[in-house]
Design a protein around this ligand. Structure first.
Ligand code: PHE
Length: 456
């Protein structure tokens, strides 16, 4: 089964590609929303604790599993534990990103639409109260939905098809610095807004009375999603890492970049939100309904700056979603290449076509298919629920148990000491976390997300 594999050519490229996967809508949209809903600074502090003690061990595990097997997530588990159970788990690892791709790229299409409309100046012409109907009209228009979904799938395809170093790495090296520059400029603008101080206080004042069991579990869920854990991405990317890459340090750097982007996104969004008087816990519609009008009124004295700000903001969202989208596409493409030995072009085309066909159900969920419900959900909500709330926690739970109890200590040793050339610090802590804390934490998070922990 082993064949010539792609590799990341440089350490910087490898870090930027993995950070590109981690940095996505989760940082720019989900993190500020969760922070807003869960009381600001206290949530951020909890988030960082969860990231260190719970996200990082699982991330390192996925790295170890993928790099030692030199196979994508679909085959790596079976390589380490050749039983039917682990063959099936590998397939499960591929099914998750496949299903995520089907609906994530619909939302990604929305970011592209808003970028195009910002550039055309349409967003400036919409009155503030009209953004809700504007958004509803757009999402219920089947042609626009399918068109933008298709356009984003095509963009993702065009990068993945070029391979690991010539496609994913090369583009990440351009897209990620671009994203950083736009983000820093936007944060700079935001911090000059009238209520910037209030926003900074909101983000960095730690009011511990706001911490409840629910907040802890929300922070854990956010850390899990934001680091792209349990989606097969990290183990697949790790299979392209070189032998001299240091897995622990790489995981820390990627988590650091991811957190920095999330915090900067908070500093970009909240000053604008506070200055205009929108509630910080506006929820999922924040970036498509509340923010466009926030930009307009925040810069009402210099409308051209408002226009530039919204163009830059939606360009940022497009970059962030694109680097995440290529990473989920890659997991499935790599699996098909390994399973069938076909060319990357063929494998990637199969993935793109299949995702596009299935994703149509999600893209049309707000228009022609809005009344089609399965278990009380539209197709879009169903895909989101099944992947984010069911499959991801199950996957994370199994990965931490696999890493702790099934993966051989020789593999751990070789991967974390780089074949005996480095120390393996915090070994005991890592295993205690993986054996007990992570599985129990993920289980509680799972019950919480299903709404079974409301009693707490
Ligand atoms: N970490 C990503 C984010 O923050 C999660 C993700 C990655 C989702 C890839 C989908 C695809 O958005």
């Amino acid at each position: 089964m082993k064949q010539e594999r792609g590799n990341f050519g440089s350490k910087l490229g490898m870090i930027l590609a993995a950070a590109g996967s981690a940095v996505g809508l989760g940082n720019v949209w989900r993190f500020p929303t969760e922070t807003g809903e869960n009381g600001g600074g206290a949530f951020i502090l909890l988030y960082i604790v969860c990231l260190l003690f719970f996200g990082l061990p699982v991330m390192v595990s996925e790295f170890v599993i993928g790099r030692s097997a030199r196979l994508s997530a679909g085959f790596a588990y079976h390589h380490h534990a050749p039983t039917p159970l682990w063959r099936w788990f590998g397939r499960f690892q591929v099914l998750i990103p496949f299903l995520i791709l089907c609906y994530y790229n619909v939302v990604a299409g929305w970011t592209l639409f808003y970028l195009v409309e910002a550039v055309r100046g349409t967003l400036d012409a919409v009155p503030a109260q009209a953004f809700a109907p504007f958004f509803a009209d757009f999402t219920s228009n089947p042609w626009l939905q399918v068109g933008y979904f298709f356009a984003f799938m095509a963009l993702t395809h065009a990068i993945v098809v070029q391979g690991v170093s010539k496609g994913i790495e090369r583009f990440s090296k351009v897209l990620m610095p671009g994203l950083f520059i736009i983000l820093l400029i936007l944060v700079g603008c935001s911090l000059t807004m009238p209520k910037a101080q209030e926003a900074v206080d909101f983000l960095f004042t730690f009011d511990f009375s706001k911490i409840t069991a629910h907040t802890v579990l929300a922070a854990m869920g956010q850390a899990f999603f934001s680091l792209s854990l349990g989606m097969g991405i990290l183990s697949t990317y790790a299979s392209y890492f070189k032998r001299d890459a240091v897995l622990g340090t790489s995981a820390l750097t990627i988590a650091g970049v991811d957190t920095a982007v999330a915090l900067l996104a908070g500093l970009m969004i909240f000053p604008a939100v506070f200055s205009v008087g929108v509630a910080p816990d506006e929820g999922p519609t924040l970036i498509f309904i509340a923010l466009p009008s926030v930009f307009q009124s925040a810069f009402s004295s210099w409308p051209w700056l408002g226009t530039l700000f919204s163009i830059a903001f939606y360009a940022l969202l497009v970059l962030a979603t694109l680097t995440s989208s290529i990473s989920i596409h890659e997991v499935v493409t790599a699996y098909i290449t390994e399973a069938t030995h076909c060319s990357r072009r063929k494998a990637a085309s199969c993935v793109t076509i299949a995702c596009f066909a299935l994703g149509l159900l999600c893209a049309l969920s707000f228009g022609p298919l809005k009344d089609v419900h399965l278990w009380g959900m539209t197709f879009f909500d169903l895909f989101d629920f099944v992947t984010a709330k069911l499959m991801l926690p199950i996957s994370g739970f199994i990965i931490s148990l696999f890493a702790a109890w099934r993966l051989s200590s020789t593999t751990w040793e070789a991967e974390l000491t780089n074949d005996g050339t480095r120390r393996f610090p915090l070994r005991r802590l890592l295993f205690v976390m993986l054996r007990y804390v992570c599985p129990i934490g993920i289980l509680l998070m799972f019950l919480n997300e299903l709404g079974w922990m409301k009693l707490l």
